[in-house]
Ligand binder design. Sequence first.
Ligand code: CIR
Length: 266
Amino acid sequence: MNTPTRALVRSLPKSFVHALKQQAPDTPIDWALAYKQHEAYVTTLKSLIPEVLELPASEALPDCCFIEDTAVVIGNRAAINLLGAPERRGEEETVRSALSDLKIQSVNLTPLATLDGGDVLFTGSDIFVGRTKRTNALGAAQLTKIFPEFPTHEIEVDQGLHLKSVISAYNAKTLLVSDCSMGRSVAKQMTRLLGDRYAFIFLPDAVAANVLRIGEHLVIQNAFPKSESILRSLAAADRVKIISLNMSEFIKADGALTCCSILIST
Ligand code: CIR
């Protein structure tokens, strides 16, 4: 996994309180708290990545801060996605033009493909694509054509929102997985496809498996002590430094850490 040199983030609109949710949260989204959490997230990225570009929010697009879903960027090429939720379409336009300014060559997915970036896990050598309510077979097939140099593996995800709701990369060989039925199924499918190429570390809290690895730093969520202690032991053994952030207001809208940025490694 290459260390990112640039990142895109997108500011939080006031309409974020109306972001899509799989189920109503126990308490409504606190916009002021979400704003502070997003600010801390962006400040953290700026401390770790040389160039962080902040794209303006759009009030018409309540979920626009979940920028990860709009594009898959590998090297200097990008797939501009057709988002699985019709309500979110249009978010990709600002991202397409920002990527073009960065001289990243973009390819648009075409109907009837749908694909959300939250369903794409790139390990540096393999692309895993979750087949979910948001990402269909055509989306996965078009992604394969855009990045033919990497093998693409489809993973069935029939619970939760995205593939990366239950798995993310600790490093190029070790994946962090939620210890829930969906997480275990994802790990099993990956093992069936690729044998022991990847090791899996299971975490007891579902959303805690969504982390950001940036060079020698691991950004984790701080509200899950059992998972945090597993991650801290793992990181300590590898001299990886932990930064923990609270993403409570984003979790209410089914997001976490990876969803709020697009990391670029060219
Ligand atoms: C949605 O339902 O699309 C948003 N509320 C959440 C998207 C989270 N995206 C991600 O984790 N990649």
